[in-house]
Design a binder for this molecule. Structure first.
Ligand SMILES: *[C@@H]1O[C@H](CO)[C@@H](O)[C@H](O)[C@H]1NC(C)=O
Ligand SMILES: *[C@@H]1O[C@H](CO)[C@@H](O)[C@H](O)[C@H]1NC(C)=O
Ligand SMILES: *[C@@H]1O[C@H](CO)[C@@H](O)[C@H](O)[C@H]1NC(C)=O
Ligand SMILES: *[C@@H]1O[C@H](CO)[C@@H](O)[C@H](O)[C@H]1NC(C)=O
Length: 660
């Protein structure tokens, strides 16, 4: 089934645009065309025994005119495809000769974004090895856990990251020791290499030899290409197996879909250790032979200068980035850029148009997908229609979609799809109603499309739902609440677990976080529901990172006064529905001020680790940890202002003497 190119039907254009407006066919064409082309090419590459994207890079680097095109721009330096290829061969050879890395070995890399990230990654691929991308924000347990579960025996750490996590202090030394020795497979220690400029020169002086094809032989589309950790909102990071299929189909699809041109410069400062920058950014660029410009990390002071300096035409965003960029004071340079498109996920409806207008961005290419997910949704948006949606379908696509996607009713208490008491089957929600998004899997060969987590069958199985609509079917659980309107628009509601129920009402944590976050002095707010003894549902609790100027720590009276003043301000905002936009039931009853030792525990996705906080709830001992932990405030029943939550208050609640 090949879609008819709409442009070829010239004379019927007027009639067509009428039909298109009703059925959104051109949008369907964009998606289907990209889908078919990328799937076809992946199959051909598998047949040719060339599934590793190293071959894509090699071809671009050895044929004209792409070989002389700029491939990579980083901090003012640039490499053509041919130049990058030569460097990558050196890295591959270095891994082979210096460390004995061979086909199938896993090597962990803990790097911030840089040219070296790309060289190490493709160097490993050039010899048939598999990189495991460690999140550079991690330290302590989470870092050790990530490295151990990768089973790598060699770990490369960016010197800037190393200075932070295995730095000079005692904790760092302990972490380093654990990295070397904890649960090493086979014999010996895990080798840890701190990668600095000196090391870069060493590799540069190596003579690069192209590893023979046998080193990359026999890989299938469903084999693991990379281990990518999913941001740990639910406990420790898990290593998702990213297959060659995902690299080729994902990278290929995206460029076709949003119309990437060979002269485009794609700017990303989103972390390369995540799949959106790695696959939909970098592999996409290699696949389509365009140029990528890399920022070391997101910062709203370097974002636009880097975009301008590299003449970027496409920018990538994720999560809160667009909101952060909008929060900077307007500047006459705002539209001084060549950007024609912003591509990413999580652009919220309230900033969508403001972002386009202020920075002069014509098109938003918003998508929804996840590292371990088996599908995605796509919204290419240029006019005024479909703003804020994470995906859209026309009437053509719905034939394909109707069977492979479902939005089902969810039980907020168990956080599982609701089952019919008689049949045991799940139930689709009505159009436009929120429910969990599910993607269909082939029940006879689930692991062809869903590779799951590395060495973690328990976690893998937990993402698969069986007997959903008929006996024997299998579906992938996205873990996300979405709504699908009968106009074919998809909206993101929340992560499951990010909505909780209080007094029989649903509270969206995102909405509350956003509201708390606008109070001056609040730097970050993370909201979740906590269980309270003797109460149904979950009470709202906001974990706050506060500006230390407004909320200093200490025992003196002036410190206490400052703290009280900020809390009064927060109370005034939250309890006034006109200011906060929150109904009373959504106002968090507890505030947890993060001043304790673990306050910097964040994931790279601008999300704080929620699970630990949610599990601790407002258990006074666990939270305050004898003064080493965090501080708690609460809204006493009937009170109009937050006050300190004491051990006695907690005892009252536990004793059932307080009704919230
Ligand atoms: C960006 O474009 C300007 C001209 O429009 C050019 O002078 C400059 O060299 C370009 N920069 C890069 C990194 O290509
Ligand atoms: C800049 O970015 C940070 C996060 O990196 C954000 O907290 C801040 O509000 C942003 N805005 C300004 C104007 O600095
Ligand atoms: C998108 O798919 C839904 C569900 O199948 C369908 O009801 C809707 O009409 C489709 N959208 C368009 C614009 O046809
Ligand atoms: C809360 O959400 C659940 C599950 O989506 C839904 O069934 C229920 O009607 C909602 N309740 C309210 C008060 O909106």
């Amino acid at each position: 089934m090949l879609p008819i190119p709409l442009a070829a039907i010239g004379p019927a254009a007027a009639a067509l645009s009428y039909i298109d407006a009703r059925l959104d066919l051109s949008n369907d064409y964009r998606i289907l065309n990209a889908l078919i082309r990328s799937k076809a090419k992946a199959l051909i590459l598998e047949r040719k025994n060339r599934v590793t994207p190293f071959y894509l890079l090699e071809e671009a680097a050895t044929t004209s005119p792409s070989k002389d095109r700029i491939f990579l721009i980083y901090q003012g330096n640039s490499w053509t495809y041919a130049e990058a290829y030569q460097v990558i061969l050196k890295y591959g050879t270095w891994f082979k000769e210096r460390f004995g890395i061979k086909k199938g070995d896993i090597v962990a890399m803990d790097f911030m974004n840089s040219n070296v990230f790309v060289f190490v990654w493709f160097g490993l691929w050039s010899i048939g090895a598999t990189p495991a991308f460690i999140n550079y924000n991690l330290n302590g347990d989470a870092l050790v856990h990530s490295v151990v579960t990768s089973t790598a025996k060699l770990v490369l750490i960016d010197s800037e990251v190393a200075a932070k996590v295995v730095g000079t202090d005692e904790d760092g030394a302990r972490t380093l020791q654990r990295l070397k020795t904890e649960k090493v497979e086979g014999t010996g220690e895990r080798e840890i290499v701190v990668f600095d400029e000196g090391m870069e020169r060493v590799v540069g002086s190596w003579s690069g030899k192209r590893a023979p094809d046998e080193d990359r032989d026999g890989f299938m589309l469903h084999d693991k290409a990379i281990l990518i950790y999913t941001s740990g909102t639910t406990g420790l990071p898990k290593a998702a197996i990213v297959s060659y299929r995902k690299c080729l189909e994902g990278g290929g699809f995206v460029g076709h879909w949003f119309g990437l041109r060979k002269d485009d410069v794609f700017y990303t400062c989103m972390p390369l250790y995540h799949s959106s920058a790695a696959i939909l950014g970098l592999i996409n660029i290699v696949y389509h032979r365009a140029t990528i410009s890399i920022g070391r990390k997101f910062s709203n002071s370097t974002f636009w200068p880097e975009v301008r300096a590299s003449n970027a035409t496409i920018i990538q965003y994720v999560g809160e980035v667009c909101r952060y960029l909008l929060s900077a004071p307007p500047s006459p340079c705002d539209t001084d850029n060549k950007v024609r498109m912003a591509f990413g996920n999580g652009l919220r409806p309230d900033v969508w148009q403001r972002f386009k207008d202020r920075f002069g961005v014509e098109t938003i290419a918003e998508f929804y997908a996840s590292t371990e997910g088996t599908s995605g949704s796509w919204n290419y948006q240029s006019g005024t229609y479909a703003k804020g949606a994470i995906g859209r379908n026309g009437s053509f696509l719905k034939f394909l979609l109707g069977r492979s996607v479902a939005v089902v009713e969810i039980d907020l208490d168990t956080e599982m799809p609701k089952r019919d008491p008689v049949t045991g089957f799940a139930k689709r929600v009505a159009w436009g109603e929120p429910g969990e998004l599910l993607w269909k899997l082939d029940p006879t060969q689930v692991h062809r499309t869903f590779q799951g987590y590395w060495n973690n069958p328990g976690a893998t199985e937990s993402k698969i739902l069986r007997d959903v609509f008929v006996k024997g079917d299998a579906w992938f659980r996205s873990g996300d609440l979405q709504s699908w309107t009968d106009e074919g628009l998809w909206y993101f509601i929340d992560r499951i677990g990010d909505t909780f129920r209080w007094k029989s009402e649903n509270v969206s944590t995102a909405e509350v976080s956003q509201s708390v976050g606008v109070v001056e002095g609040v730097k970050e707010a993370n909201v979740y529901g906590v269980e309270i003894p003797g109460h149904d549902g979950r009470a709202g609790c906001a974990a706050l990172v506060l500006d230390p100027v407004c909320y200093p720590v200490g025992e003196s009276q002036s410190v206490k006064d400052a703290q009280n003043a900020l809390m009064a301000k927060i109370s005034e905002h939250l309890l006034n529905p006109k200011k906060s936009g929150l109904p009373r039931f959504a106002v968090p009853l507890f505030l947890r001020v993060l001043v304790g030792e673990d306050k910097n525990e964040t994931t790279g996705n601008f999300k704080m680790v929620k699970k630990r906080l949610r599990d601790q709830g407002v258990d006074w001992e666990k939270v305050t940890r004898g003064g080493k932990g965090d501080e708690l405030w609460w809204l006493k029943p009937g009170a109009t202002q937050y006050t300190r939550f004491s051990k006695a208050d907690w005892e009252e609640i536990k004793g059932g003497r307080v009704k919230l």
